[in-house]
Write a protein that binds this ligand. Structure first.
Ligand SMILES: NC(=O)c1ccc[n+]([C@@H]2O[C@H](COP(=O)([O-])OP(=O)(O)OC[C@H]3O[C@@H](n4cnc5c(N)ncnc54)[C@H](OP(=O)(O)O)[C@@H]3O)[C@@H](O)[C@H]2O)c1
Length: 291
């Protein structure tokens, strides 16, 4: 598995591919999914307080790690601060609660999930102070070693600029929606320039009955030429740009397919064809209106 070295106080390397767990609930399904993923070679799991599955993940890992001869340090776990818990003290409490739920002693990466605070209007100026206070809490927990790396999610360039101008420890990761229908090239360049690892979410177009990305004709055409499936092409397109991916699946065949993206590469012309599909379309939430 390719590893990405994160810019932070500790020595931290994150697998470029992890398992997404949004909408993955229920201990039996979690157990089967994590068992298949660990057997296939996944070593990174992405969760969040708002997914309400941290305890299930914690319980399952407790049983599964010994089965695979793995220790806590062999697994990379990311969780995120729920938007209702922004602010001084609240953020710290929420983070410690996530660690307790996951039963892992520490987290490898913790992200501010959203630049705003739940219940506040997106244009409310106090969103700014609240997220800065949350970041200060994360810096303290990072120094203490409870959070090996810290970062943000759904921050646009202006949110990042504000954070970089006020923080004492810069964010190591930006996790944001990114796929050929939402390419975000200038944000990718900004992150490269500031040593912030860019991690994509919803690389496959989210969980939807009407998925417009997996059925895109250009993606399908490229997939047929490489004898791969559309999901593999979408994931390969991202990692070939050093962008992390966290595809979500509960289907054993898909889980295995999604990690089988390291033994082929896309020609530059196909990379461009995919990037040219950009329609600035968000399939998930859009942080544009948050002050
Ligand atoms: N920070 C944030 O605000 C944020 C927002 C959204 C997501 N995320 C994170 O990113 C992860 C991934 O994003 P996502 O959950 O939105 O969805 P996604 O990974 O873009 O797509 C998941 C969908 O694709 C299907 N799928 C997976 N592999 C496939 C394959 N090989 N062939 C065909 N279909 C396949 C899944 O169905 P099956 O289960 O049937 O395979 C599911 O319906 C989340 O789970 C979460 O961890 C973060």
């Amino acid at each position: 598995m390719n590893l990405v070295k994160l810019s932070c106080l500790h020595h931290v390397e994150m697998p470029i591919l992890g398992l997404g767990t949004f909408k993955l609930k229920g201990k039996d399904l979690m157990y089967k999914t994590l068992e298949t993923a660990l057997a296939a070679g996944y070593r990174s799991i992405d969760t969040a307080a708002v997914y309400r599955n941290e305890s299930d993940i914690g319980d399952c890992l407790k049983e599964l790690l010994p089965k695979f001869n793995l220790e806590r340090k062999d697994i990379f776990i990311t969780s995120k601060l729920g938007p209702k818990d922004q602010g001084k003290g609240k953020c710290k409490e929420a983070c410690l609660r996530s660690i307790e739920n996951l039963q892992t002693g520490y987290l490898d990466l913790y992200l501010i999930h959203w630049p705003g605070t739940q219940g506040k209007k997106p244009e409310d100026q106090s969103n700014i102070q609240q997220r800065q206070e949350s970041w200060n809490d994360l810096e303290d927990l990072h120094k203490e070693g409870k959070l090996r790396a810290i970062g943000v999610s759904n921050y646009e360039q202006r949110h990042l600029e504000e954070l970089l101008s006020t923080c004492s420890i810069p964010p190591a990761v930006l996790q944001i929606e990114f796929h050929p229908h939402l390419v975000q090239s200038s944000l990718v360049s900004f992150c490269k320039q500031h040593n912030i690892h860019f991690q994509a979410y919803s690389s496959l177009g989210t969980t939807s009955d009407d998925n417009k990305l997996l059925t895109d004709l250009t993606v399908a055409d490229i997939a047929a030429r490489y004898d791969k499936n559309p999901a593999q092409i979408l994931l390969r397109w991202a990692i070939q740009q050093d962008i992390g991916v966290i595809p979500k699946s509960t289907n054993p065949t898909h889980i295995k397919e999604n990690i089988d993206i390291f033994s082929f590469s896309l020609a530059e012309s196909d990379m461009c064809k995919l990037s040219n599909l950009d329609s600035q379309h968000h399939y998930c939430w859009n942080p544009a209106s948050v002050t």
